[in-house]
Design a protein around this ligand. Structure first.
Ligand SMILES: *[C@@H]1O[C@H](CO)[C@@H](O)[C@H](O)[C@H]1NC(C)=O
Ligand SMILES: *[C@@H]1O[C@H](CO)[C@@H](O)[C@H](O)[C@H]1NC(C)=O
Ligand SMILES: *[C@@H]1O[C@H](CO)[C@@H](O)[C@H](O)[C@H]1NC(C)=O
Length: 403
């Protein structure tokens, strides 16, 4: 009875057949309809080959961090030995969710790219999702959301960690997903996998957003920036979280954290990860990188350890050597958002460190470039005690900009 009433209020979507056999869902799950996709994304990009030690064991992993951060080691740009031209189609695991009730913002799509150490669950935390899931917060405000696993994480393809899993390829994957979404062909060009959350999508389903907002966290914000600097016209606005141009950027380097060779660290989880994939060692490293004392619940630190993801080493030199080319074709508003006490971005204290002029310079055609520090929080905004407060700022800011 409840379900009948529910579907009766769906608007145009109610006219499409709803897949039978829906399990009983919580009221929250019924706010969204989701489809699980395996998307083939064709990419053309110029990566580089960097001179650095290989990693085939945990001893190699520790050596790699010390070697690449030694004062005598040339910087990443100087370690480039050749260009690696990538022309390849990548298999990307993604989830598209739309608000069940439709509404004026349902055709605004947010595409979210998480950072190192996480897969797409960063945006859809499974512990008390009503507080910690950014996906659900965005859905409840009427947005549609696409999350995906960056290559080398989750259920997406595991490419060569040295020459392929780099920033230029990842920025082009984001461009590819955005282009597919804009053209309305994302679902049609993907393999549709069995649903795991929300009400299953009606099938066939056509979704073509009128606007796309790009949301990033940490390395995902970096990837988003590089996407915007070469394909700015494909985006209508951006929320770059866990990212702030600031006076301390670069002071905390990879040797401040302990990494191990993923396959050796935990074969039960990471046996499939080949040479060059490293992973944070344990909860103390994860705390240091992502959390601020009193700003998180211990269960969320345990969760971050449980869902942690390996990192392709090629991400390090390719982000260090990437030139910050202004996103001159991007005409949307920009919000940088960092935890007040972010360690990896600001050496543990972001207050007074934001570089406003430099940030504006990266977005010369944007009407608004702003920064916000989320109080009492470290690097992982969705796992912080006050995650909900942060989501309110992000979504409220978009609403105020007419998005
Ligand atoms: C770092 O590794 C490179 C090989 O990739 C080697 O030539 C260099 O001597 C090493 N530097 C240090 C300080 O160990
Ligand atoms: C790397 O070193 C070169 C040459 O010394 C220098 O021009 C360049 O600015 C350095 N790059 C970075 C990112 O520090
Ligand atoms: C939670 O976040 C919101 C938005 O940033 C902020 O206004 C509020 O003061 C925060 N609450 C606490 C307890 O820090």
């Amino acid at each position: 009875m409840k379900n009948i009433l529910y579907f009766a209020s769906l608007g145009p979507l109610a006219l499409l057949p709803i897949v039978a056999g829906t399990r009983t869902k919580s009221p929250r799950a019924s706010l969204k309809q989701c489809v699980q996709l395996e998307v083939p994304v064709p990419v053309i990009a110029d990566n580089h080959h960097y001179e650095m030690p290989r990693i085939d064991s945990t001893i190699d992993a520790v050596h790699w961090t010390l070697n690449t951060t030694a004062w005598s080691t040339p910087n990443a740009t100087e370690r480039i030995t050749c260009t690696v031209s990538v022309k390849q189609t990548f298999r990307i695991r993604a989830q598209l969710c739309i608000p069940t009730k439709g509404g004026p913002r349902a055709d605004i799509l947010q595409i979210a790219t998480q950072g190192r150490g996480f897969d797409r669950r960063y945006w859809d935390v499974e512990i008390r999702p009503e507080e910690y899931s950014y996906l659900d917060a965005a859905i409840s405000q009427g947005y549609s959301v696409l999350t995906y696993d960056r290559i080398g994480t989750g259920e997406s393809e595991l490419p060569d960690a040295y020459d392929i899993g780099q920033i230029p390829v990842q920025a082009e994957i984001l461009a590819g997903l955005t282009t597919l979404a804009r053209s309305g062909k994302l679902v049609a060009s993907s393999q549709i996998l069995p649903a795991t959350t929300g009400i299953p999508f009606p099938s066939p389903f056509h979704f073509q957003p009128s606007k796309i907002i790009h949301v990033g966290h940490s390395l995902g914000s970096f990837v988003t920036f590089f996407f915007l600097s070469s394909h700015g016209a494909l985006s209508d606005g951006t929320l770059l979280t866990g990212f702030l141009l600031n006076k301390q950027l670069g002071t905390i380097v990879v040797s401040h954290f302990d990494h191990e060779f993923a396959a050796q660290h935990d074969p039960s989880r990471f046996a499939a990860y080949p040479s060059g994939y490293i992973v944070l060692t344990g909860q103390s490293d994860i705390q240091k990188l992502f959390f601020r004392k009193d700003g998180f619940e211990p269960a969320l630190l345990e969760y971050a350890e449980k869902i942690k993801q390996p990192e392709a080493v090629g991400e390090y030199p390719s982000s260090d050597s990437a030139a910050f080319v202004p996103a001159s074709e991007f005409k949307g508003p920009v919000l940088f958002m960092a935890g007040e006490y972010d360690y990896v971005l600001c050496g543990g204290d972001c207050r007074g460190q934001y570089l406003e002029e430099a940030s504006r310079g990266l977005f010369p055609a944007s009407p608004k470039v702003e920064a916000y520090l989320q109080p009492g929080t470290g690097h992982a905004l969705t796992l912080a005690r006050n995650a909900t407060g942060g989501f309110g700022v992000m979504l409220g800011w978009l609403g105020d900009r007419g998005l």
